[in-house]
Ligand binder design. Structure first.
Ligand code: NAD
Length: 300
């Protein structure tokens, strides 16, 4: 099976590398020349546009930052809709708004092009190890066709429902992990302010009701978890700007369905503020740096 891989950034590169390792032929495209060069170094062929990659393969995979990028790659100039033949199966693994997935799928369907949304969880570590969790929305038969390629990149492949449902599951997950990381950062700032050793506090919480996956794997305090971004100057990992985007998607989805969301909305604004203060390209756990206490001279 030949895969057209569009979007060879932080996640796309290790995912593509696993496809190559498992024997898939890959033709890649990225709008940033350096990202495309990296894909070629990993063993992919080079395409001149998203449409060209989609025309010369059996299965299209996209791994792009946001809804606007997905619309551009699929529906824009020299995009997939222009060049892919009827019947082609496309799998968008980006985290985007479920409504955009449904709109793109409907436009492609007019041309007979098939579409699955299949966002992932597990970060760069999971992408490198080929153990990503993949949540899929769309036709079950199409998923079976894409499964061998998805299995080269992920461990748990879960069919959630119709097109857009994979994105809904992803937004729900990131609403929890993004909010939980803020809670962990706030808790450790309080602990430190009272002189409690962060390692001992971690040991206590890990054995208590506050224990959480993000603390165990993405601890925001440097030096506690070796593999966490905080222990390598907050190099992503998962960028603050992407977490702000995912929480915004969750808040928008909640608004659309009239679901009240207080914690997710507050967490989203904190990531946005961290981004405004220069932390947007750092790992989202860098929000801990932003949540430092104000000076002792402050009146309260
Ligand atoms: P990234 O910005 O590192 O990579 C995305 C790549 O897409 C970039 O190289 C960019 O140049 C390219 N691109 C943008 N528009 C394009 C277009 N129209 N055509 C071709 N290429 C285009 O982002 P990433 O960290 O790899 O994340 C990709 C997606 O995966 C995002 O939706 C993100 O939310 C999601 N995700 C990321 C992580 C993570 O840990 N980084 C984890 C899970 C999910």
């Amino acid at each position: 099976m030949k895969v057209g891989f569009i979007g060879t950034g932080t996640m796309g590169q290790p995912m593509l590398a696993n496809l190559v390792k498992k024997g898939f032929e890959v033709v890649a495209f990225d709008v940033v020349p350096g990202a495309l060069d990296a894909a070629v170094r990993l063993g992919a062929g080079r395409a001149g546009s998203a449409g060209e990659a989609a025309a010369n393969c059996d299965l299209v995979i996209t791994m792009l930052p946001s809804s606007a990028n997905v619309e551009a790659a699929y529906l824009g100039e020299s995009g997939i809709i222009e060049k892919a033949p009827a019947g082609r199966l496309c799998v968008d693994m980006s985290t985007i708004d479920p409504g955009t997935s449904q709109r793109v799928a409907a436009r492609l369907e007019e041309r007979g092009i098939r579409f699955l949304d299949a966002p992932v969880s597990g970060g760069v570590g999971g992408a490198t190890a080929g153990t990503l969790a993949i949540m899929v929305g769309g036709d079950a038969g199409d998923l079976e066709e894409a499964r061998p390629a998805l299995a080269a990149m992920g461990g748990n492949i879960i069919h959630v429902g119709a097109v857009g449902a994979g994105e809904v599951a992803k937004l729900c997950n990131n609403l929890i992990s993004g909010s939980a990381l803020i809670a962990v950062a706030e808790a450790f700032r309080i602990g430190e302010a009272f002189g409690v050793d962060p390692q001992i506090l971690t040991n206590v919480i890990a054995k208590s009701s506050g224990g959480t996956w993000v603390m165990e794997h993405m601890h925001p305090v440097p030096g506690i978890v070796d593999s966490a971004a905080s222990s390598r100057q907050y190099a992503p990992g998962f960028m603050t700007d992407l977490m702000a985007k995912d929480l915004a998607l969750a808040v928008n989805a909640a608004r659309e369905k009239r679901v009240p969301v207080a914690v997710a909305a507050a967490a989203q604004q904190l990531y946005r503020m961290a981004s405004s203060h220069g932390l947007g390209r750092e790992d989202f756990s860098a929000v801990y740096k932003f949540l430092k206490p104000s000076s002792d001279d402050a009146p309260v």
